[in-house]
Design a binder for this molecule. Structure first.
Ligand code: NAP
Length: 262
């Protein structure tokens, strides 16, 4: 199986890569070939590649700023040059800068929308012919913040809501080409994106207490397996779906409503 994963240097993207290298979804043990994409060369990206190489996968590191509209096409063609085709894309890269809409600068709105949403469309568009040849698939990584508005994260919720709708649209348009497209929306996950917040033990405990499954998720144990499931034949009749992996948080609002005992 030939898979391109964006945001592969760390956090959820690296966890997905490690999990896939262990599970080899749906290919009967054929060699796993992975294009690992990040914004720039880094020790973290090299570490992901080294761990995958050690597990027997073949890896190719590719870098570029996904905010640049020329980069997705170049990344996909570089992967095609190396692997001769692609069977799957995992579109995971994302950014979540803190800001309020009343203060948000235009360039910050555009960067979030371009990295989190436009780049996913451009990557998928560039890969459409090879995915159609392979009868392949795409998994996008959105967020519970794309399902419910999360104040204070600027354009983030808008970009992730757009990504969920992009997933559903691609699924509808490309089912005829044999391409399945699904989405995973994580809740609170401990990654380099969030680890500064969760170092504050009070903050972490407050957030955990708020969640029906009262803990912060682990990217490999709690998120990567959901992606692997969607990529596997077990999900062969699923397309256009958004799987929330959020410990029940998005559904919990009425649990918090003051209630009178019976
Ligand atoms: P992370 O630890 O910050 O990692 C982000 C990854 O995206 C890195 O590999 C980074 O590459 C890459 N990236 C960022 N900007 C890029 C750009 N302009 N061009 C190319 N690559 C870029 O984030 P994470 O927590 O693992 O999150 C992964 C995805 O899950 C994101 O889409 C995020 O919105 C979503 N998510 C996360 C959480 C959470 O609680 N952590 C919850 C819900 C959804 P470099 O190393 O080169 O910077």
């Amino acid at each position: 199986m030939r898979i391109l994963v964006t945001g592969a240097s760390r956090g959820i993207g690296a966890a997905i890569c490690h999990h896939l290298a262990e599970q080899r979804p749906g290919d009967g043990g054929a060699p796993l070939r992975m294009a690992l994409v990040a914004s720039r060369p880094s020790a973290a990206l090299n570490d992901t590649a080294a761990r995958l190489d050690a597990s027997g996968a073949e890896t190719q590191i590719l870098t570029g700023d996904l905010a640049d509209p020329a980069v997705p096409d170049r990344l996909v063609s570089d992967a095609l040059n190396v692997f001769g085709g692609l069977d799957a894309l995992v579109l995971n890269a994302g950014i979540a800068p803190v800001d309020r809409l009343a203060d948000l600068a235009l360039e910050d709105w555009e960067r979030v929308m371009n990295v989190n949403l436009r780049a996913a469309w451009l990557m998928a568009k560039a890969a459409h012919p090879t995915l159609a040849d392979a009868r392949g698939q795409i998994v996008t990584i959105a967020s519970m913040s794309g399902v419910n508005p999360q104040p204070g994260l600027g354009a983030y919720s808008v970009s992730k809501a757009g990504l969920i709708m992009l997933t559903r649209l691609m699924a509808q348009e490309w089912a005829v080409d044999g391409i399945r497209v699904n989405c995973v929306s994580p809740g609170m996950v401990l990654t380099p994106m969030t680890e500064d917040n969760y170092r504050d033990e009070d903050f972490r405990q407050q957030r955990e207490a708020f969640c029906p499954i009262p803990r912060i998720a682990d990217p490999e144990a709690d998120i990567a397996g959901v992606v692997a499931f969607l990529l596997s034949p077990k999900a062969g009749y699923m397309t256009g779906q958004n799987l929330l992996a959020d410990g029940g948080l998005s559904d919990s609002i009425l649990r918090l409503l003051p209630a009178r005992s019976a």
